[in-house]
Ligand binder design. Sequence first.
Ligand code: F6P
Length: 368
Amino acid sequence: MQSQRIGVLTSGGDCPGLNAVLRGVTKAAENLNWQVVGFQDGFEGLLPPSRYIVLDRSKTAGIMQQGGTILGTTNRGHFVAKTGAGEKARVPDEIIERARQTLDELEIKGLIVVGGDGSLSTALQLHEAGIPIMGVPKTIDNDLEATSMTFGFYSAVGCVTDALDRLHSTAMSHKRVMVLEVMGRHAGWIALFGGVAGGADIILLPEIPFEWRCVADAVRQRDAEGYQSTMIVVAEGARPRDGEQHFLQNDNGEHRLGGIGEIVTHEVMKRTGKESRCCVLGHLQRGGAPTTEDRLLATRFGVKAVQLVQEGKFGAMVSYQNHEILDAPIAQAVHRLRVVTPDHQLVKTAREIGISFGDVSALVQAAC
Ligand code: F6P
């Protein structure tokens, strides 16, 4: 096998499993006698003077179980191509040319980009500019079209489930309502899966706008049934039917989704008179060791990405479909987000076991 050099970078918000991908890429490439150049801090590492480390077995030994990414990452900088769901930005030609210059100088034959919706949108622009790109989808939000699963998701869901297990006991002791705010800007997969697995009573998703009176009635109904405590999971992007998503402003003047947990807590307390508390899980969901499932998926993604580079299938990304790792065009993945549909089987299952989505569904209607 002729020796050649490939590049890899991790971009966007980090998630458990990124290191497992890097390890898979490195081992598969070394088997082909290829060298792997790992660019640092996402696409930023491509800009001259470039920043990279050569990845080999010694650099990637023992990293599979580590959270984060040994290459560093960013969801800011010169290469931002998406500013929200569907809001696209063009990466300036001059930036793309500087990246190309680095790749040419290092004689990189293919660049593996491990990223979510925004980073893969950037990757697509680089591909359209003639740079040989291979995508590996990642996001805890699991909201990418063209792959039915991304690594990081089950690690995040596990974090939510664990948090709910802990909150249950304190909620029961104090006979309180506990509200857990979880990540999920446009897609409520983490809230849905974590909520069901953790025994939530009410789950509020970005995809199903809720009614305050239904949320309050669901709490009252539980009290009437003698339960006394109620667990509510709310995705950061959830909103009431008659309201907007809630943003917080940080010190840099940036508006970031968040705060809906406190609002739900306050409103439930006001409407039901029940003592309520809020817990925001935040970046705990993105940290820590990947679960077994995420290690497996990430490793399989990394190895498959190298195979696809070998086949010269640039402009594609690895994709999980029906228990197999296949490939799909990056363009298909970033075309639109994969969100929870109100008729998703798990939504129906949740309703059948009495979970309220705070909407006027057939089951909740009676209570509202
Ligand atoms: O896209 C993943 C995600 O975890 C979102 O659910 C969340 O809103 C966002 O990242 C937070 O990103 P940051 O690292 O900028 O705080």
